[in-house]
Design a protein around this ligand. Structure first.
Ligand code: ADP
Ligand code: MG
Length: 235
């Protein structure tokens, strides 16, 4: 599904000096995988995720998504592909405050020509176990519940790929486990998930751990199915 070949990324700071965020990264991720990208702060995790998510472009190297070379896509084509194939979850939930869970999840569909927007949003909220909270506003929900609304919003377009950048970074342990449990269930149903985290403990719940150090992949290991921790058991 995701094929990065020799990808490097250099930023230029306003003062002019260059910062190399990724160095010659080659990474293949297949459909149905649940991958953790780990590494210390500044190791290049978000840069890698932004490139995979077509929010940024490599300075060097190639990116093929579903067999299509998207490296040189213009912003319009990037956006179209992104909206069709990719759902995003971030550390901050980015929910509209005066709007219910249901309306927040409907948002990505408002400009689509999909029918039964409300039905699709309800279904996405059921998927993250929030069927009984759809008329609540963010202020009436716990942090874990707000993040699950954000996950439902990311899922409502039925993307093939879910990208999450530090999704548990603002959450207590128990809420973090709710989120990881939700991801495990989604992955079990076939969704491809790439999860960025600086937390080694969280990575134990995924099936493959890719480690970045100063912009380079220094480890990439599959986790045996019998060794994958179950978030449900930690709840
Ligand atoms: P991580 O997510 O692992 O903390 P990032 O991918 O955010 O790492 O950053 C990797 C490196 O690239 C860091 O040194 C960071 O300061 C730098 N960097 C990231 N984004 C930019 C940017 N837009 N402009 C300049 N430097 C950046
Ligand atoms: Mg980051």
């Amino acid at each position: 599904m995701i094929e990065l070949q020799g990808v490097s990324k250099t930023y230029r700071r306003p003062a002019g000096e260059e910062v190399t965020a990724l160095v010659d990264v080659s990474l293949h991720i297949g459909r149905g995988e649940f991958v953790a990208i780990i590494g210390e702060s500044g190791s290049g995790k978000s840069t890698l995720m932004n490139i995979i998510g077509l929010l940024d472009v490599p300075t060097q190297g190639r990116y093929r998504l579903d067999g299509v070379d998207v490296t040189a896509f213009h912003a319009n084509d990037q956006a179209t592909t992104r909206n069709r194939k990719i759902g995003f979850v971030f550390q901050a939930f980015h929910l509209l405050p005066r709007t219910t869970a249901l309306e927040n999840v409907e948002l990505p569909l408002l400009y689509s020509n999909r029918r039964s927007i409300t039905g699709l949003a309800r279904k996405a909220l059921e998927t993250v176990n929030l069927a009984d909270r759809i008329h609540h506003r963010p202020s009436g929900l716990s942090g874990g519940q707000q993040q699950r609304v954000a996950i439902a919003r990311a899922l409502v377009n039925e993307p093939d790929l879910l990208l999450a950048d530090e999704p548990t970074g603002n959450l207590d342990r128990r809420s973090a486990m709710e989120i990881i449990s939700t991801f495990q269930a989604l992955n079990h149903d076939g969704r491809t998930i790439v999860l960025v985290t600086h937390d080694q403990e969280i990575a134990r719940y995924t099936s493959r751990i890719v480690k970045l150090e100063r912009g380079q992949i220094v480890a990439d290991a599959n986790v045996k199915e019998s060794k994958i921790a179950l978030a449900q058991e930690a709840l």
